[in-house]
Design a protein around this ligand. Sequence first.
Ligand SMILES: NC(=O)c1ccc[n+]([C@@H]2O[C@H](COP(=O)([O-])OP(=O)(O)OC[C@H]3O[C@@H](n4cnc5c(N)ncnc54)[C@H](O)[C@@H]3O)[C@@H](O)[C@H]2O)c1
Length: 276
Amino acid sequence: MNISLEGKVALVTGAGAGIGRAIAKAYADLGAEIAVAEIDPGKCAELRAVFPSAEIVEADVRHRAAVERVRDRIAERFGRLNILVNNVGHHLNTFKTLDEMEDAEWDAQHDINLRHMFLVTRAMLPLMRAAGKGGSIINLSSIEGFRGCPYNVAYTTFKHAVTGFTRAMALELANDEIRVNLIAPETTDSEQVPLKHIIKPGMEEIANRMLPTNRYGRPEDHAGAAVYLATELSSWVTGSEMFVDGGSHNQNIFKRTPQGRWTVMGVVTDSASAAD
Ligand SMILES: NC(=O)c1ccc[n+]([C@@H]2O[C@H](COP(=O)([O-])OP(=O)(O)OC[C@H]3O[C@@H](n4cnc5c(N)ncnc54)[C@H](O)[C@@H]3O)[C@@H](O)[C@H]2O)c1
C-alpha cells in the first residue's frame, strides 16, 4: 500500500488553525505540495514560516473573486490539483432558537458552512481534472450533520446539506475518477471549540467519560481520516461519510453510569443509586 503523497498537490481551506492545520501538516509530512486558502493574515504569516514551500493565499473562500485568485495561484505554480479539502466551517456562536434568528445570521451560516464548498469545488474542478484520475475531495461536515441539534438550526441544516453535496458530487465526478467523501467530527479542541474554556476546571474526567473513547477530539484525529481519504488506502471509497467522533454517533442516547455501564435511563450522579 502506498500512502505517500509525493507528487500530489493538496489545497486545504482554512488551514491556519485546528483541523485544517493538522491536515495540511499530515499531507506535507507525506510529501504533498500544499496550497492553503486562509482568511487571517496573521495565520498566513505563521503558515509561511511552518510550510516555507507551500502556496499560502490570503483569501476569504466565501467570495468568488478570492476563490478564483486561489485557483489562479495554484494553476500558475502547479498546473493541477489532486486533493481538495473543503475545511472551512463555523458554528458562528449563533446559539439561539429559530424564532430569534435574523435573516443575516441564517445567510452567514449558509455562506460559511455550505456555499463556499460550491464556489471552491467548482473553481478547482478544471485543475483536478488536469491532474488526471485518482483525485480526492474531502468535505468537513460535523456530527451535527447527522443529528438534530437545537439552538443552532442553521448550522445543523447546512451541515446536513454537506452530505447531499458530497453524495451528489461523488456520482457527478465518478467518470473523472475523482472521489468525494466527508468527515464528520464530534467536539474537537480547536480555536472555535476551545475545550479549556468550555469544560470547567476539574470536570475534565467527567466530561471525557461522556464519549465511548473517553476523550474529546484532537485535530490530529481528523488528519488521520483525511490521509486515509486522500490516499489509495481509500481507492474504493466514494460518496461516504466518515464519523471521526469518539463513538458518539453510535452511542446515540446511551450514557455511561458511574459504574461504567451503558444506560438509556437518566444517570443520577448525586446519589449512590445511580441508574445502572
Ligand atoms: N472543532 C470542532 O469541534 C468541530 C466539530 C464539528 C465540525 N467541525 C468542522 O471542522 C472544520 C474545521 O473546524 P475547526 O474547529 O478546526 O476550525 P477553527 O475555527 O479552529 O479553524 C478554522 C480556520 O479557518 C479559517 N477561516 C475561517 N473563515 C474562513 C474563510 N471564510 N476563508 C478562509 N479561511 C477561513 C480560520 O481563520 C481558521 O484558521 C469546520 O468545517 C467545522 O465546522 C469542527
